[in-house]
Ligand binder design. Structure first.
Ligand SMILES: Cc1ncc(COP(=O)(O)O)c(C=O)c1O
Length: 443
């Protein structure tokens, strides 16, 4: 096998062979010797899997840069390593090396399907969300023409804007923009409704802004989009790192995400409904299968990264002890992570608001634990550099949410973004707050 499925965090493990929880196949996995049953989120247990955090001798950086890319746990790196060192060739049925490749692909489709509550037959795997979205925009636009309309928002990352505006322009279709309220950071569903018409072909909207954390009401938007006879493409890159995704409940026709934002390796995923993908005809070469979803995947997959994706999903499913299917354990984990991250976010937010000259732009009623701040007396880049001298990583910029940054009136320096991830703890927050005090109170 390319890599043993790795379970979630726990004390040092021994290896054994048992029946996988799904009951489908006997697999090797790590069994925890002394599993502690706890209903609370044990962040120390999670952090033990991240050597880069340096909880041993010599403290590593406090990472608030998760929205740009999360840190990777040992079990994910191990799965990538194991896959490369096991026999591996191109996906086929004859040799163990061929079967290992096939297992890596099937494992990742099934893991991502559990993560998103999606059909594994609609999981398209690729290099990045950007690459997959560009490809899909080109494909969907084959059916567009003059008079057709495509809706994008000013809240979105450029990866869910430009692929659609480029494709629309080539097809002669019209682009309609939906704005958000810079004062409240909310994207009003009514504004989306106002942008729809009987010529709307596609609406592209984020499930959570990587700049502000705002979580638009996707189910309500989906109902409107579908009533207008259009398709909904949801950017879930930032959202999937914080919430148990349910693409059925969201009503997304396509949901894009990037495993490197949720503790996995650097690659991208689009989950599409198989019946929506089936009629689409992407440009492809003869060697690519004509099946869905393989039709949308050009060239040889990064098998080792796909094994890492599966390991990341298994790790997420084990963030808190729990029973049941992987999907059920994922839902339990995300509930615990949300609570943990929200508590830390509230600590940071309260402190920031007590500091002189701070503007907090993240204000939406429903949002991820991601805060964007600017300062009356300090350039965000200067604050970021000061934090770095204290080994606290929180970047500043617009984070490719260009339209949103412009709408907020941020200059070229953007804002300071503080994002939380499952491995952040109170000590990280203490370090951040202390470093912010030093920088902002001496203004
Ligand atoms: C919200 C959002 N969408 C899309 C992307 C692009 O993802 P990828 O790097 O996989 O192309 C990012 C990356 O930062 C993001 O934060």
């Amino acid at each position: 096998m390319p890599a043993s499925p790795h379970h979630g965090p726990g004390p040092p493990a021994r290896t054994s062979t048992t029946l996988h929880r799904s009951g489908r196949a006997p697999v090797e996995h790590n069994v925890r010797v002394t599993d502690t049953v706890s209903t609370t989120y044990d962040v120390a247990r999670v952090r033990a899997h991240f050597p880069q955090l340096g909880d041993g001798p010599g403290l590593g950086a406090a990472h608030f840069d998760g929205p740009g890319g999360s840190q990777t746990p040992d079990v994910v790196a191990q799965a990538v390593h194991d896959t490369l060192l096991a026999p591996l060739s191109n996906d086929d049925e004859v040799t163990p090396a061929e079967r290992n490749a096939g297992r890596a692909v099937a494992g990742a489709r099934s893991a991502v399907a559990d993560l998103l509550n999606a059909d594994p037959r609609g999981i398209v795997l690729g290099r990045s969300m950007t690459q997959l979205t560009m490809d899909l925009a080109r494909t969907l636009a084959q059916e567009w023409g003059p008079g057709d309309e495509v809706v994008v928002t000013r809240l979105d990352h450029d990866a869910n804007v430009r692929p659609w505006t480029i494709a629309a322009e080539r097809a002669g279709a019209t682009v309609r923009w939906v704005d958000f309220d810079a004062g409240t950071a909310e994207l009003d569903t009514g504004q989306v409704e106002a942008a729809l018409s009987d010529r709307t072909r596609l609406v592209a909207v984020t499930a959570a802004s990587n700049l502000l954390g705002t979580r638009p009401d996707i189910p309500a938007i989906a109902a409107l989009v579908h009533a207008a006879g259009a398709r909904l493409y949801v950017d879930g890159v930032h959202y999937a790192a914080h919430v148990a995704v349910d693409i059925e409940a969201l009503g997304a026709d396509f949901f894009a995400c990037s495993p490197y934002k949720f503790l996995g390796p650097h690659c991208g995923v689009v989950a599409g409904r198989p019946e929506v993908l089936e009629p689409l005809r992407p440009d492809k070469l003869m060697p690519s299968s004509n099946q869905v979803p393989q039709r949308f995947e050009l060239g040889t997959p990064a098998y080792e990264l796909l094994a890492g994706v599966t390991a990341a999903v298994d790790f997420l499913a084990g963030l808190v002890p729990g029973e049941g299917s992987r999907r059920e354990r994922l839902v339990g984990s995300f509930a615990a992570v949300e609570e943990h991250e929200d508590r830390l976010r509230a600590r940071i937010e309260e402190h920031l608001l007590g500091l002189p000259g701070v503007t907090l732009h993240s204000r939406a009623a429903r949002r991820t634990p991601t805060l964007l701040a600017t300062f009356a007396e300090r350039d965000p880049q200067e604050v970021r550099r000061h934090l770095a001298t204290r080994n606290v990583n929180a970047p500043a910029g617009s984070f490719y949410a260009y339209e949103a940054a412009r709408r907020l009136g941020l200059g070229s320096e953007g804002g300071l973004r503080v994002g939380l991830a499952p491995y952040n703890d109170d000590r990280d927050v203490d370090r951040l707050l202390e470093a912010l005090d030093e920088c902002l109170r001496r203004a």
